[in-house]
Design a binder for this molecule. Structure first.
Ligand code: ADP
Ligand code: MG
Length: 653
C-alpha cells in the first residue's frame, strides 16, 4: 500500500525559554490521507497553530520526521519549503492576512506571481476564483473596504490560486459573525468535496463536527483522534473547480516576479510619499552637488583655458629682467629687435614678434579713453591666433616703413566710436600726439578674470618705438614654437640661445603651456576636493536610505510573512526591497541631476562670464553611482527582510 499523503512521526517543536526550552509539541504522530477533512481542536495555547504551521511547511519541527507524499520535508531549506507552500498548500488565517495596498484581485494573484504564471492567465484565474466566491463586484476593492467575511473569501480565493491540494485553515471563522462563518465553512466543505485535503483548526466543537475526523490536542499532545464517518466525500458543490495554471517559462516567470517586485516597490513608495521624499533628499543633494561641482569646475576651467588660448598656443614670451617683480625690468634695455630676428631663424620657431607698449590717451572727436598701445610685429596676429572682425591686420611692409596704422579691439571701437553707424576703418585716431589710421577691428582678448580696463590697440612695433616711446629696446618677444616641437624643449633651446647671445641670463620666459597646465591641474585639484565632499554627502544620503529601508522592513514584517506563506522565495523578498532602495536612489539621482541643471540655468542668469558645462559622463556616472548606493545600502535591509522566519513574521500581523 502506498504511504499516506501526510505522515508526521514523533514531531517535537520546542521554543527557547529563559535558560532552557519549552516543548509546545511533544512527540506528535499524525497521518492524514489525501482528500481527508480533519478538524484539529484544543484549548487556546495547546499547540494547534504550531502544528498547522509545521503541516504547511511554514515552520520546521525541532525533532521528528514529516513525510509529504513519501518525501522527507522536515530538513528542507527555506526555498524548498517555499516551493512546497507554493505548490501544495493554501493557507487561510483567522485574521485573513491580506495586503492592504492591493485590491482583492491583486491579493488573490500573489501566489501565482511567485509561481511564475503569466499575467493574463493570472488575472483570469483570480477573477474566476473571486466569481466563484461571489466576490466579482468587490474585486477592485481594497481589504479595508471589505467586511470580515468578504476578506476571508478573498483569502480563500488566494489559497486556491495555485490549485493547492491541501487547504490549511487556522480558525477561519474565529473573527467572523455566525452567518459569514457559515459561508466560509460551506466553501471549505465544497473544497473537500472537490477532493482537496482540508485541515481546519478550531476550538468550536460544532464546527469540528462538520469534519470526517476530529483530532484533539492538549498541551502539545494528541489526546484523541476520532473518525466520525458517514459524511464521506461528496461530488463538487454548486461551483465547478477552476482549472489550475502552472508557471510558464522560467525566464518569463522571472520577469513576472521582477515586475511584481517593481510594482510593490512603487506602491510602498506611494504609500509613504513624504518619508520617501525625505529619504531621497540626501541623494538629491549629493547628486546635485556632485554634478554641479563638476560642471562649475569644467565651466571655469574652459573659461580660463580660453583666456590662455588668447595668449596663443605653444607660445613663449621672453621678458627682460629676472622675473615679473624685477624693479629694474623697465630700465633693462637688453632685449632688442636683433634678438627677435635671430630667434626667427631658429628651426624650432614658427613665428616671432617683438613687443613694446605705451600707455597713452586715445582721442577721436569727442571720445577720449586710456589706451594701451602694443607695438608688435606682423607675425603677432598669427602667433596669438587673434581673430579679425573687420578690415585687415598690418603687414611686414607696414612694420618696415613704420606706418601709422593701428588694429583696435572691440572695446576700443565701442569707446572711440560710440556711433554704431560709423565705420571705424580708415578713421584716424590720435594716440597721445601721434595720429594712427585704423585698419582693422579684432576680437577683444581677455587677459584673465577682471580683464584689462585699458583699450588695447596694436600698431607696428617700429611705429611705437620711434613715434610713441623713442627707444629701440623691447619689452618682450613672443615666440610661436613650430607645431611639431615640444614647447618645453623649445623653451630650453631659447634659454640657451639667448643666454649665449647676451652672455648672461638677463631675461625670463613665460611658457603658455606651463600656465595652462598649472591652471588645469589647480582646477582639477579643486574639483576633486569639492567632489570628495559631495561624495561624502552622497554617502550620508545612502546611510539615510539604509535607515529608512530598515524601518520600512520592520513596518512590513507581516506583509513579508504573508508573501512567504504563499510561497515567496527569500530571493523574491530580497529583490522587492532592493528594487525599492535602488528606485529611491535612482529617482533621487534623477531629481539631483535636474536640480543641478536648474542651478546652471539660474547661475547663467546672474553670471555672463562663464557657465556650467555639463558632461554626459558625470551625469551617467551619477546615475550609476545612485544605483550603486541603492544596492549597497539597500542590501542589508533587504537581506534582513528575506531572512525573516515566516511564522515569526506572520505573528507580527
Ligand atoms: P494555539 O494555536 O493552540 O492557541 P499555539 O500553537 O499558537 O497555540 O501556541 C502554543 C504554545 O506555544 C503557546 O503556549 C505559545 O505561547 C507558545 N508559542 C507559540 N509561538 C511561540 C514562539 N515563537 N516562541 C515561544 N513560544 C511560542
Ligand atoms: Mg492558534
Amino acid at each position: 500500500m502506498a504511504e499516506p499523503f501526510i505522515v508526521l512521526s514523533a514531531i517535537t517543536r520546542e521554543y527557547p525559554s529563559g535558560e532552557g526550552t519549552i516543548a509546545v509539541l511533544k512527540d506528535i504522530d499524525l497521518t492524514i490521507g489525501a482528500g481527508e477533512m480533519v478538524a484539529i481542536i484544543g484549548a487556546s495555547g495547546s499547540g494547534k497553530s504550531t502544528l498547522m504551521n509545521i503541516l504547511g511547511c511554514l515552520d520546521r519541527p525541532t525533532a521528528g520526521s514529516y513525510r509529504l507524499e513519501g518525501r522527507e520535508v522536515s530538513t528542507l531549506g527555506p526555498d524548498e519549503l517555499a516551493q512546497l507552500r507554493r505548490e501544495h498548500f493554501g493557507f487561510i488565517f483567522q485574521r485573513y492576512h491580506l495586503l492592504a495596498e492591493l485590491t482583492a484581485l491583486g491579493n488573490v494573484e500573489i501566489p501565482a506571481i511567485y509561481a511564475g504564471t503569466a499575467q493574463s492567465r493570472r488575472r483570469d484565474r483570480a477573477a474566476a476564483l473571486l466569481a466563484r466566491l461571489g466576490m466579482t463586484e468587490r474585486a477592485a476593492h481594497r481589504p479595508g473596504q471589505l467586511s470580515g467575511g468578504q476578506q476571508q473569501r478573498v483569502s480563500i480565493a488566494r489559497a486556491l490560486m495555485n490549485d493547492a491540494r491541501v487547504i490549511l485553515a487556522d480558525e477561519p471563522t474565529g473573527a467572523l459573525d455566525s452567518h459569514s462563518g457559515e459561508e466560509v465553512l460551506r466553501v471549505l466543505d465544497e473544497l473537500h468535496g472537490e477532493g482537496r485535503t482540508v485541515v481546519i483548526v478550531t476550538h468550536d466543537k460544532s464546527i469540528a463536527g462538520r469534519a470526517d475526523r476530529i483530532v484533539e490536542i492538549r498541551d502539545g499532545v494528541i489526546v484523541s483522534d476520532e473518525t466520525a464517518g458517514g459524511r464521506g466525500r461528496r461530488s463538487g458543490g454548486a461551483v465547478a473547480p477552476v482549472a489550475a495554471t502552472r508557471g510558464s517559462g522560467v525566464i518569463s516567470g522571472l520577469l513576472n516576479r521582477s515586475r511584481e517586485a517593481f510594482r510593490m516597490a512603487v506602491l510602498a513608495m506611494k504609500a509613504h510619499q513624504l518619508r520617501t521624499f525625505l529619504t531621497m533628499l540626501g541623494i538629491i543633494i549629493g547628486i546635485a552637488s556632485v554634478v554641479s561641482v563638476v560642471a562649475l569646475g569644467q565651466g571655469s576651467q574652459q573659461r580660463v583655458l580660453a583666456n590662455i588660448a588668447s595668449l596663443g598656443t605653444n607660445t613663449l614670451q621672453i621678458f627682460a629682467g629676472t622675473s615679473f617683480g624685477d624693479t629694474r625690468s623697465g630700465r633693462i634695455t637688453s632685449l632688442v629687435v636683433d634678438d627677435a630676428d635671430a630667434l626667427a631663424r631658429q628651426p624650432y620657431v614658427a613665428a616671432v614678434t617683438p613687443t613694446v607698449s605705451a600707455s597713452v590717451v586715445a582721442r577721436f572727436g569727442a571720445a577720449e579713453a586710456n589706451a594701451q598701445v602694443s607695438g608688435v610685429g606682423e607675425q603677432y596676429f598669427e602667433a596669438t591666433g587673434m581673430r579679425l572682425l573687420q578690415g585687415r591686420f598690418f603687414d611686414a611692409e607696414a612694420v618696415r616703413r613704420m606706418s601709422q596704422e593701428a588694429v583696435i579691439d572691440e572695446s576700443a571701437r565701442d569707446a572711440l566710436f560710440p556711433d554704431r553707424a560709423m565705420d571705424p576703418i580708415g578713421r584716424t585716431v590720435l594716440f597721445g600726439k601721434v595720429p594712427l589710421r585704423v585698419v582693422g577691428v579684432a576680437e577683444t582678448q581677455r587677459s584673465g578674470p577682471g580683464g584689462n580696463q585699458n583699450l588695447t590697440i596694436h600698431a607696428p612695433y617700429t611705429t611705437v618705438q620711434t613715434r610713441l616711446i623713442g627707444s629701440l629696446s623691447l619689452q618682450s618677444i613672443t615666440v610661436k614654437v613650430a607645431d611639431d616641437v615640444d614647447t618645453g624643449l623649445a623653451e630650453n633651446a631659447v634659454t640657451q640661445f639667448m643666454t649665449r647671445r647676451h652672455a648672461t641670463k638677463d631675461f625670463f620666459i613665460v611658457n603658455s603651456d606651463d600656465i595652462r597646465q598649472t591652471i588645469t591641474s589647480t582646477t582639477q585639484t579643486m574639483q576633486v576636493l569639492i567632489a570628495a565632499i559631495a561624495i561624502i554627502s552622497l554617502l550620508v544620503g545612502g546611510i539615510g536610505v539604509m535607515n529608512i529601508m530598515l524601518v520600512s522592513v520592520s513596518e512590513r514584517v507581516s506583509e513579508i510573512g504573508v508573501r512567504m506563506a504563499v510561497g515567496a522565495r527569500q530571493g523574491d523578498i530580497m529583490q522587492q526591497f532592493l528594487i525599492e532602495a535602488v528606485l529611491v536612489c535612482l529617482i533621487g539621482g534623477f531629481l539631483g541631476v535636474v536640480a543641478a541643471l536648474g542651478f546652471g540655468a539660474i547661475f547663467s542668469l546672474f553670471s555672463s562670464s562663464f557657465s556650467f558645462v555639463y558632461s554626459t559622463a558625470s551625469i551617467v556616472a551619477s546615475f550609476l553611482c545612485s544605483s550603486l548606493i541603492g544596492v549597497v545600502f539597500g542590501y542589508l535591509p533587504a537581506r534582513n527582510a528575506s531572512q525573516l522566519d515566516p511564522v515569526v513574521a506572520l505573528s507580527k500581523g
